[in-house]
Design a protein around this ligand. Structure first.
Ligand code: HEM
Ligand code: HEM
Length: 466
């Protein structure tokens, strides 16, 4: 009898090309629909993924959650533009209308508001995850740079959106936030005029912000996002520690993306959407009285994500607090991948046991030192009084900056010598210190600053008049 040679199973791609079901028979309409979906998914994901990169606790799903929030923002944003006019004072009346007379209007607005705020937190956490696992090392440094650009755009989207409700909160937060632009050397006044469309926040600013908010910024983010995803694939998937990726004689364990990864992603996305919906049903987005340029609240605060910057301005000459320090910080974040030279520990959280200990140490020191420095600067240090003949850029800017930088440089030197820390562990230490200091500044700005921008304990805070 003639023996039949077993036919090899068609590969996923071959099946799709020939429109065959997994059993190898021609697909009906439903089967074809499913194939369209599968092929769509396979434009984003590879057909197989390594099991290690699927662990929740490696990425915490933070990149995926950023993408989900962006999608929700795009969807709710498109609904909101149908009921919104970017003109003062009509904009405010439209928000009242959205909140009271538009079907599900308040829910859509709340979803847009809370997703936008959560997006900042989640994108920053994603950046931290990528940083502490060293996932920005070659070949992924370009994706890091794209990520930083997206983070800046996300902040831009939040800032331009903040003005749109045209209430007191929006008007004064944007007035404080945009005042920083005037400190840019040489072109400050011109730039302020360009952004505001006039000498102060007004109807032209609202129109400028609206057009940036609904066109250039989201288009740029969605464009970069597509490239970001493509690069993750192109760079060989997620960064995985060498040891777990491959042992001497074994290949890394891999499973098919559909349904193993896609099921998890679906559960994750649906749970977050449900949680966001529930939150938006229960907690309304803030809305105060209509914008009144003649009535400034005391204190007038920038949006929460710029409060660290506003706090810096209370301690330094504006050129140092608003321009030099933020520029160094942004340049530093952009260049981080190029300071770190070690490829071996890539993919390992905090890179090593010593890296972990040094991070904890840096966070601890920053948590104690930052409030102490704020109190000292508020009540004891008075550089302009001590150096009355010096230019304030020096006495209240570069000198205090040098006084802060010096102990940090000494500390770094001690860590290098005492703990024999490598370059990447030192980068980790300094970044953890500076990042924690910035968070403390932000929290103090949000919760401990009251009338006159003086320090108060949150539970003794006088009521703010808007
Ligand atoms: C809207 C903002 C962003 C979105 C939607 C996004 C999305 C993603 C996704 C889905 C991944 C793969 C899985 C994961 O790590 O969760 C990823 C990986 C990555 N992201 Fe982002 N990201 C954003 C912002 C950023 C930022 C701010 C940075 C850093 C500055 C960054 C740097 C990276 C890098 C280097 C990878 C590769 C990580 C690895 O190999 O382990 N991304 N991103
Ligand atoms: C990165 C994405 C986006 C972010 C971070 C963002 C952020 C914001 C924020 C914080 C507000 C103020 C919400 C409030 O308190 O009322 C807002 C309002 C608004 N956004 Fe967006 N948005 C994004 C994308 C979009 C898109 C794509 C559109 C339209 C296509 C849009 C349209 C609007 C409109 C019409 C308002 C005014 C209505 C309102 O204030 O509730 N947004 N946005």
């Amino acid at each position: 009898m003639e023996e039949q040679t077993p036919q090899p199973e068609p590969s996923l791609f071959e099946r799709m090309r020939k429109r065959l079901t997994p059993e190898g028979v021609p697909a009906d309409d439903r089967g074809r629909m499913r194939m369209v979906m599968e092929s769509l998914i396979l434009h984003i994901h590879p057909s197989k993924v390594e099991t290690t990169s699927m662990k929740w606790t490696y990425t915490w799903g933070l990149g995926g959650l950023s993408a989900l929030l962006m999608t929700i923002l795009g969807g709710t944003g498109i609904i909101l533009i149908n009921n919104y006019t970017p003109a003062a004072p009509q904009a405010y009346l439209d928000i009242l209308e959205i909140n009271s007379n538009v079907w599900f209007g308040e829910l859509i607005r709340n979803l847009h508001h809370w997703s936008a705020n959560l997006l900042i937190v989640v994108t920053v956490l994603h950046l931290i995850r990528v940083f502490v696992t060293g996932a920005y090392r070659p070949p992924r440094e370009l994706n890091w740079l794209i990520g930083v650009a997206m983070l800046l755009l996300v902040l831009g989207a939040n800032f331009t959106g903040y003005l749109l409700p045209w209430d007191q909160l929006a008007y004064w937060a944007i007035t404080v936030g945009t005042s920083i632009i005037s400190y840019v050397p040489l072109i400050g006044q011109w730039l302020t005029q360009l952004v505001l469309g006039g000498p102060e926040v007004g109807a032209n600013t609202l129109l400028n912000f609206y057009s940036m908010h609904i066109s250039f910024i989201p288009l740029a983010i969605f464009g970069l996002m597509s490239y970001h995803f493509w690069r993750v694939r192109k760079d060989g998937g997620l960064t995985i520690p060498k040891s777990s990726k491959q042992t001497e004689d074994s290949k890394p364990e891999r499973v098919t993306t559909i349904p193993n990864l896609t099921n998890r992603e679906m559960i994750f996305a649906l749970s977050w959407t449900a949680a966001l919906l529930l939150f938006s049903m229960l907690v309304p987005a803030p809305l105060e009285g209509i914008a009144n340029p003649a009535l400034s609240p005391n204190p007038a605060k920038a949006p929460w994500y710029f409060m660290g910057l506003q706090e810096l301005l209370l301690h330094f000459h504006p050129l140092v607090g608003a321009i030099i320090i933020p520029s160094i910080a942004i340049a530093g974040i952009f260049l981080l991948p190029f300071f770190d030279l070690n490829l071996k520990s890539v993919g390992v959280y905090f890179r090593s046991q010593r890296g972990r200990a040094l991070t904890v140490l840096a966070v601890g020191i920053a948590l104690i030192a930052t409030p102490i420095w704020i109190l000292l600067d508020e009540y004891i240090l008075n550089w302009t009084l001590w150096l009355p003949t010096w230019d304030t850029l020096l006495s209240n800017g570069l000198i205090p900056l040098a006084v802060i930088a010096l102990p940090l440089i000494l500390l770094d030197d001690r860590i290098h010598k005492f703990f024999q820390a490598d370059t990447e562990e030192r980068v980790l230490f300094i970044a953890a210190f500076l990042f924690t200091a910035f968070i403390v500044l932000t929290l103090i700005g949000i919760y401990f600053r009251g009338p006159g921008m003086n320090l108060y304990l949150p539970w003794n805070m006088p009521t703010v008049v808007h």
